[in-house]
Design a protein around this ligand. Structure first.
Ligand SMILES: Cc1ncc(COP(=O)(O)O)c(C=O)c1O
Length: 395
């Protein structure tokens, strides 16, 4: 009996249009690993009669809080998109305010700013770390800037000392988008165990999944209470069974079914991330000389390796990404695209972010591929990917 049962993601959307082939040895770019105990715990929740927010969500929040060292308040959400939006509301972001967002991220980071009537002010990223550039961040600050949203893309921590120094100097809130970085360490400390507001995602392809889900880590009890109000209709409940509604808030509460999956995953998170690091190291051994493409920043042992991305050297033998993905697919290997730059989308282009403004993000957007990386892979899978890449880039 293998230690983990692979749950095939079949044709479910992983958010980037990838769908798995029916090929039996097909290697997708990601796949969740869920053990039998977790599946059983979900069945228990379903049988219990209490399936929406209840004791499992409370346990999951406590589990996350303990995982982060016990000093923070953690509140679970239905997804990170809702968590990011309410985090900005809690941070006091108003229509007309400006919020700094890297031009290379998943659309949700900037979309939530737009949804509040505020303006995402985009900055370029470093080509290898894909982290927002601090000098550009400092250069776009205005009297309307209220917050910075650093994104720990691919599980690599942003230079938080630099971000927080800038935020302190200009009295800005920091909403860290750690959607891809549960378990990542920055200078030896877990993301979310310190800092202003830190948001995680537990979407199906994340290092820890609850199928869909998210969480916010904050320092104070007051902010945690505000998040509870914001995630559930603006309701405050009283001991006598009555309630008050103080704002027209939305609904983002996690279910106990999702929390049961999360509790099962949390037990394995460090082991999953260790395996991801080992697989990434093997990719570096095979690709590190950059013969096949520009490899990502290595980071340190704190990198949780949510994704391993490459900027392949397209050439006469393989002119573009579409061709490469098709050839790899034929060989039974799925390559993801994470991500297009925000100004390669109509919404952000129409806001005035013309092509050419963010050369690194745009190059990544045009060229990047995501190589398979998930805990159930074995080292020979990495070798298979690299051999296929070499062959597919040649002809
Ligand atoms: C960087 C980033 N931010 C936000 C999100 C949104 O997370 P969710 O799907 O949980 O809403 C994602 C999800 O992929 C992400 O990668």
């Amino acid at each position: 009996m293998p230690p983990y049962v692979k749950i095939s993601v079949g044709r479910q959307s992983l958010g980037d249009g990838e769908s798995e082939s029916t090929m039996s040895n097909y290697l997708p770019f990601t796949r969740p690993t869920i053990d039998e105990q977790t599946i059983e715990s979900v069945a228990e929740v379903l049988r219990s009669g209490w399936i929406t927010t209840g004791p499992k969500v409370e346990q999951f929040e406590q589990g996350l809080c303990d995982y982060l060292g016990g000093e923070r308040r953690v509140r679970a959400f239905l997804h990170a998109t809702g968590a990011l939006e309410e985090a900005l509301v809690m941070a006091g972001i108003q229509p007309g305010d400006e919020v700094i967002v890297p031009a290379m991220t998943f659309a949700a980071t900037a979309n939530v700013v737009v949804r509040l009537g505020a303006k995402p002010v985009l900055v370029d990223v470093d080509l290898k770390s894909r982290s927002l550039l601090l000098d550009q961040t400092a250069a776009v600050l205005t009297s309307r800037t209220r917050a910075i949203m650093p994104v720990h893309l691919n599980g690599l921590a942003v230079d938080l000392d630099g971000v927080y120094a800038l935020a302190k100097q200009h009295r800005l809130r920091v909403v860290e988008d750690a959607a891809q970085a549960i378990g990542t360490l920055y200078k030896g400390r877990k993301l979310g165990s310190f800092g202003d507001i830190v948001v995680f995602s537990f979407h199906a392809n994340k290092n820890l999944t609850t199928i869909e889900g998210g969480a916010v880590s904050v320092a104070s009890a007051e902010e945690a209470q505000m998040l509870e109000i914001l995630r559930f209709h603006g309701i405050t409940k009283f001991a006598d069974g009555t309630m008050d509604v103080t704002r027209a808030a939305s609904k983002h509460n996690m279910t106990d079914v999702a929390a049961a999956v999360g509790l099962g995953q949390l037990k394995h998170l460090d082991e999953f991330n260790r395996k991801r690091r080992q697989l990434a190291h093997r990719y570096f051994e095979l690709l590190g000389d950059e013969q096949l493409g520009v490899v990502p920043a290595r980071g340190d042992e704190g990198h949780s390796w949510h994704m391993f991305t490459l900027l392949p050297h397209y050439n006469g033998g393989c002119p573009d990404r579409k061709t490469l993905r098709e050839r790899m697919h034929q060989r039974g290997i799925g390559l993801g695209i994470h991500y297009q730059a925000l100004n390669q989308f109509t919404l952000y282009r129409n806001m005035g972010y013309a092509e050419g403004r963010f050369p690194n993000a745009e190059r990544i957007g045009r060229e990047t591929v995501t190589l398979p990386l998930f805990p159930a892979m074995v080292m020979s899978d990495v070798e298979r990917v690299c051999e296929a890449l070499a062959a597919c880039l040649k002809n």
